[in-house]
Design a protein around this ligand. Sequence first.
Ligand code: GDP
Ligand code: MG
Length: 317
Amino acid sequence: MTADQPPLPAPDADDLVVPLRAGERLAISRALTEVERQSLTATRLIAALVPYLGKAVIVGITGPPGAGKSTLVNALVRQVRAVGRRVGVLAVDPSSPVSGGAILGDRIRMTAALDDDGVFVRSLASRGALGGLSTAAIRSIDILDGAGFDLVLVETVGTGQSEIDIADVTDVRLVLAAPGLGDDIQAMKSGLLEIADILVVNKGDRPDAEQTVQQLHGAVSLRAHNRPLPVLKTTATTGAGLDALMTAIDERAKVAHREPVAVRRRRRARVVIARAAGDLITERVRSGRDSKLADLADALLAGHIDPRTAAEHLLSG
Ligand SMILES: Nc1nc2c(ncn2[C@@H]2O[C@H](COP(=O)(O)OP(=O)(O)O)[C@@H](O)[C@H]2O)c(=O)[nH]1
Ligand SMILES: [Mg+2]
């Protein structure tokens, strides 16, 4: 996505490292913009940050629209700021390229944090309608980590692709549900339950919240492997349940950070490359000018080759 960015003078990676490490807002903002542009500066900058990376706890927050993810992110920001920890937020919203409405709403709710240097919020577009994380969104994690934030909260909408992405790029995964799930429990069992480290029933102020907690406990106990999976109740609008949630996040983070930084970053790097490869193939298909793709399409139509083999040929050069 480089086409319609305004032509700012490209900052030098070396000039960004020191102010970024010092947590200066302007440097963070420019660094994130370079990452969105997928510029060489971004690549150099992240390389220069490597010695400092891996300290932040990366928390993924996913779940259906309206469950209260943004409100909970706000409440978590307040919670961690109260004890002096610094927090960065990446809000990935698939609706942003079209309407901008949800992003604006989130921004307004986040304004309380704007004059606090311990908080940085950036809204990012997702990869199209599926809501997966873009390469830029994933690499932005390194920028916020390098800027010294203790926590990085990544809010995504709980569509299939973003669930899968978030599983591989974050240390702690929160899956949010709102009361009154009903049949949706079934869906959670198959997809979201598998990636969750902590299940959160938000809107705990609603009378049916406890029933949803019980339903989720039931679903959790039915899973084949019995990895411990806490089910917590929060009320994001009042902050109720946030202490317990923060404790659970920190506990889980301790386990996640036992894994060496290099291993965690390599897992993220693999997802970044997979996304970039997908984007590249999509571009080649859309351009309509790729002769190899055209030949493979003819071979497929003639029944000489199956789609998977064609894809392998395409990827191999
Ligand atoms: N009653 C109640 N409403 C909440 C709570 N948390 C969020 N909401 C409301 O639910 C709506 C959707 O919240 P939002 O954070 O935008 O959800 P998101 O789409 O998951 O990010 C908003 O009107 C919030 O004010 C809560 O704990 N209790
Ligand atoms: Mg939201």
